[in-house]
Design a protein around this ligand. Structure first.
Ligand code: AMP
Length: 489
C-alpha cells in the first residue's frame, strides 16, 4: 500500500516523500483512514512504530481545509492540541508536525516548561493552529490567559501511560474540561492499565481500537539477554561490554537515579568511552545539547533515567543496556522500545544483581519471555543469585557454544508490594538487601555528586584499563551478543 492510497492531500504526500518514506507503517495504515473519517482513536502503539506520523498526517489533512495565508492572528486559532508527557517528546512531535506541514500554511508551536514563557507567548499571540505541549506549561498559559482553547477541534494525547506514571492525569482532566465537547480525540499508549482505560472512557467517543503490537509486548526483532552480576561489578562490566561492541554502535544505558546517571557517565568518560547523561535535574538546554550530541554521534553512550529518556527518538540504536532493571515491568517495554525499531534488529542487555531478581521475574511475566542468562567471565553475580534455583549455575559459553540455548527458569518472585511505580520512587535506588546497588565493590558511591578521583583506574599505555578488578584475573570477553530468544510455549 502507498501513502497516496490513504487519501492524503498532495501537500502532505509531498512532505512524506521529502521525508523519504515509501510506504506507510502498520499503525499508519490503520490510523490514517480512521482519523480522516473524523473518528476517535484508542491507539496501542509504542514509540518506533511510526505512530507520530500516524496521527500527525491525518490531523494536518483535516486542518488543511482551514489553512489561511492571512497574517491576522484571528485567522489562526488553536485548532489542534497535542499533549506529550515530556519536553523531549513534545519537541520531537513538534519537529514532525513542522516537517509534515511544511507545504501547508498551518502554524505550529511547541510549549513546555523549564524555559522562559515569553517567546511562547509571542508565538501564541501571532496565532497558531497546532499546539504541541506538555500539560503543566499548557496550564500555566491557560492561567495567564495567553492561550485560548475554545476552538480546539482535535486533541491528541500521546504516551498516555507515561502521563499517568508522571502524575499528569489531574492536569489532563483540567485541560479536557477546557476543550469543546464537540471535538475529535486520539489517545495513544504503549500499555493499557485500568486507569488508562478509565481516562479513555472519559475522553473518547466510540473510539476505534487501533493496535499494532499486542499489548505490553515487545518487538520480535529484539534479542534479550541478562548478565547476572554483583552490583559492585556492574560499572566495570558495562565498560567491558561497551568496549567489546562495534565502535560505531551507540548505546543507551538506563539507570534508576539521577545521581547514578551523571556519575556513571563520568565513570565511562574517565575510562575513555565518550558518554553523557540525561536526567530531570539538567536544564532544558543541557538536555537538548546532550541529545543532539548523541544523535550526531559525538557521544557514544547516553546514560538516562526513565523519565528523561521517554520519547527519545533515536534511529538505528542497536542496543539498550539496563544498568539496573526498572522497578516496573512496563518500563522495561518502554526502555527497550528505543531499539529494534521499524523491523530492525536490536539488543536489550540487562545487568542484574541478586536484589533485582524479582524485577526480572515481573518483566519476564509481562513480556511472556524467558530471557537468556549468561554470566560474563570475571563478572560473577552475588553468591545468592541462584538461590532457590536448584543450584543450576550457568557460565557464559565460549564463543563457539554461545549460540546454544541457555534458558533458565524464571527466578522466584518476591511480593508485589516491593515494586514501586511512582516517578519519584523510580528515580530512587532499589531497596537494599545486601550491598546497596549504588555502592561499588571499591567503595564508589553512585549516589554522591561526582568528584574527580586520581586513582579510578590504572593507566596502561596511556589508556585507562577498566577490566582489571582488584584481586580478579582478567578473562577473555565472551560472545554475549550471540544467541536467540527463548520463548515460552
Ligand atoms: P515514531 O514511532 O513516531 O516515534 O516514529 C519512529 C521513526 O520512524 C521516526 O524516526 C520516523 O521518522 C520514522 N517513520 C515514520 N513513518 C515512517 C514510514 N512510513 N517509513 C519510514 N520511516 C518512518
Amino acid at each position: 500500500m502507498s501513502f497516496s492510497e490513504l487519501g492524503l492531500i498532495p501537500e502532505i504526500l509531498q512532505a512524506v516523500t521529502d521525508a523519504g518514506y515509501t510506504e506507510p507503517t502498520p499503525i499508519q495504515r490503520q490510523a490514517i483512514p480512521v482519523v480522516l473519517a473524523g473518528q476517535d482513536i484508542m491507539g496501542g502503539a509504542q514509540t518506533g512504530t511510526g505512530k507520530t506520523a500516524g496521527f500527525t498526517l491525518p490531523l494536518l489533512n483535516r486542518l488543511a481545509r482551514h489553512a489561511s495565508t492571512s497574517a491576522s492572528p484571528a485567522r489562526h486559532p488553536v485548532r489542534a492540541l497535542i499533549l506529550a508527557p515530556t519536553r523531549e517528546l513534545a519537541m520531537q512531535v513538534f519537529e514532525s508536525v513542522k516537517m509534515y506541514s511544511k507545504h501547508l500554511p498551518l502554524r505550529s508551536v511547541c510549549i513546555y516548561g523549564g524555559v522562559d514563557m515569553n517567546p511562547q507567548i509571542q508565538e501564541l499571540r501571532r496565532g497558531v493552529e497546532i499546539v504541541v505541549a506538555t500539560p503543566g506549561r499548557l496550564l500555566d498559559h491557560v492561567q495567564q490567559k495567553t492561550i485560548a482553547l475554545g476552538q480546539v477541534e482535535m486533541l491528541v494525547l500521546d504516551e498516555a501511560d507515561r502521563m499517568l506514571d508522571m502524575g499528569f492525569i489531574p492536569d489532563i482532566r483540567r485541560i479536557l474540561a477546557l476543550l469543546p465537547a464537540n471535538r475529535q480525540s486520539l489517545l495513544f499508549s504503549a500499555t493499557f492499565s485500568d486507569e488508562i482505560k478509565k481516562l479513555a472512557d472519559q475522553m473518547l467517543k466510540n473510539p476505534q481500537l487501533v493496535e499494532v503490537a499486542r499489548r505490553n509486548m515487545v518487538s520480535e526483532t529484539i534479542t534479550h539477554i541478562v548478565h547476572p552480576v554483583s552490583s559492585g561489578l556492574k560499572r566495570n562490566l558495562l565498560a567491558h561490554i561497551v568496549r567489546h561492541e562495534d565502535e560505531t554502535n551507540q548505546v543507551l544505558v538506563f539507570v534508576d537515579t539521577k545521581f547514578a546517571c551523571s556519575r556513571l557517565a563520568h565513570f565511562l568518560e574517565r575510562h575513555g568511552i565518550s558518554a553523557d547523561s540525561i536526567h530531570g535535574d539538567k536544564s532544558q538546554q543541557a538536555r537538548t545539547e546532550t541529545l543532539e550530541n548523541f544523535k550526531s554521534g559525538k557521544v557514544r553512550v547516553l546514560v538516562a533515567t526513565d523519565v528523561a529518556a521517554r520519547g527519545l527518538d533515536i534511529e538505528d540504536l542497536p542496543s539498550v543496556i539496563n544498568f539496573e532493571l526498572p522497578h516496573t515491568a512496563e518500563d522495561y517495554v518502554h526502555r527497550i522500545g528505543r531499539t529494534g525499531r521499524a523491523g530492525k534488529k536490536g539488543k536489550a542487555v540487562s545487568l542484574v544483581s541478586s536484589e533485582e531478581r524479582h524485577r526480572l521475574a515481573d518483566i519476564q511475566k509481562l513480556i511472556k519471555l524467558e530471557i537468556r542468562q549468561e554470566i560474563v567471565a570475571g563478572y560473577d553475580p552475588e553468591p545468592d543469585f541462584f538461590d532457590g534455583d536448584a543450584g543450576k549455575r550457568r557460565r557464559s559459553p565460549t564463543p563457539a557454544s554461545a549460540g546454544r540455548s541457555d534458558e533458565r527458569p524464571a527466578p522466584d518472585r518476591k511480593k508485589r508490594s516491593e515494586r514501586e511505580s511512582s516517578r519519584d520512587t523510580r528515580e530512587r535506588p532499589a531497596p537494599r538487601s545486601r550491598q546497596p546497588s549504588h555502592i561499588a565493590s571499591d567503595g564508589f558511591d553512585f549516589n554522591k555528586p561526582y568528584e574527580q578521583r586520581a586513582t579510578d583506574a590504572p593507566v596502561v599505555d596511556g589508556t585507562r584499563k577498566v577490566d582489571e578488578i582488584p584481586g580478579q584475573k582478567v578473562q577473555r570477553p565472551i560472545a554475549f551478543l550471540l544467541g536467540g530468544l527463548g520463548r515460552k510455549k
